[in-house]
Design a protein. Sequence first.
Length: 479
Amino acid sequence: MDLLATKIALNHNVTQKDIWELIKEWLIKSPYYGIESIDYNGEAETYTQDFKNTSVNILKSNINDSNIFACRFTNHEDHNDWYTDVIYAEVLDRKNLFIKLSGSSNSFSGSTKKINKPHIIKKLFECDYVRKDGLFPITDVPITLTIDKVSTFIDIISGKIEADLPVVYLSYDSYNESFYSVEPRSLAIRLSGLAHIVVEPNKQVADLLKQEAEGKNAYNGYVGIYYPGNDRGEILALSDFFRDGILDKHKFADAIYDRVRQALIYHSGLYNMSWDKLQLAFQKRKYNLRTKEAEQTTKDNKENKEYIALLEDEVKKNEQKIKELTDTVNDQRATIDTLNRKFESSSAITFDTSKIEEFYYGELNDLILNLLTQISKKIPDDTRPKELIEDFLSSNEFKNRGKKLFDKIEDALKEKSIQKRNTELTRLGFTLTEGPHDKAYFHKPEYSFTLAKTPSDSRSTKNILSDIKNALDIYKKYI
């Protein structure tokens, strides 16, 4: 069963020997495998060396016009076999490293092993062996999207620029204490060598990207995953990961990691550059050479033909297994989508907000709940409307992000420094204009407010806050 796969572009000066030395260092220095030395001299086409609980297999050849150096490392653990394939492929001036982790078991188990990236990926960064993938460097740190790169980024997420790895885009969430729905640095480390982590740094970049992408990008804290070669990116909604009104960041990060990992596993380009397919191609080449020799020496080729037939049959079975697994994943995703739709439709009421964008997550939800709470007090007991409203209120909860927003706005207005006040208001979603009377509007010019020239004027601050709440507060008493 394939567990993880990736393709990493290498610098032009990296050689096959460099990769073999890196593999040896990784295996010999690991405290887990007990390998003291590997005797392969770097010349033989095939090589096998067995250790106590591990083995190393090597294939070096020219296959399908590519110079190939492939190493399969097998680790026997209890009743499981774990395979790490590292395949160096050089064709013309392009050098790539394909890395795959897979496993098999001869026993049943209700749990699965935690999937960790092979340590050799980290070694590639340490040795500075990796190069850019399209326009992005392959790195283990988040990449900040600058305002001058927005147009180019739209070409990337639209599939117009060639790349190997997916892009995970963390949009800026000015209403979240930590600005991003997942921690960018830890996610970049976790997905290093598997995807590019791009972060939206501020509201200005967010507004420009949203405008040029026609609203198709992730924004307001949502996360977008964009795959090379197509414009069918997916956006992960925060609402699926809230528990008791709190965003489960760990579960959100796990979901992002799993989506990327599965996409890479089932990518045909990575599957085609596999240990089994290279073995088959190598054996076919040997068979063809032997056939030519046999034509001159009339040597019987029956044994070779049977061996090739067995290999081809095994590859067909593996291809069928891949297809079945892909169909299973697609069926599971369809089931999840169906369950999500059922869950969304199970509420007593459905909101169509396609024509208006919420200023923050849960704005409409909280307004409806606030109004229904007030209406409920006016409706007589033992009536159907009362029963429906009370059931709806007990089945839904306030998100309360708006309350937190107003608290932050109040804190900003109380700042003694005009510069700090304006910076904080901008971060919270206001756009400021200077003039005889400074003004700030919240997302839309219709919601514009005049600011005090001297923040120390407490009376003026209270009046401004009152104006803002009168226009924007969805939690006040209406009935």
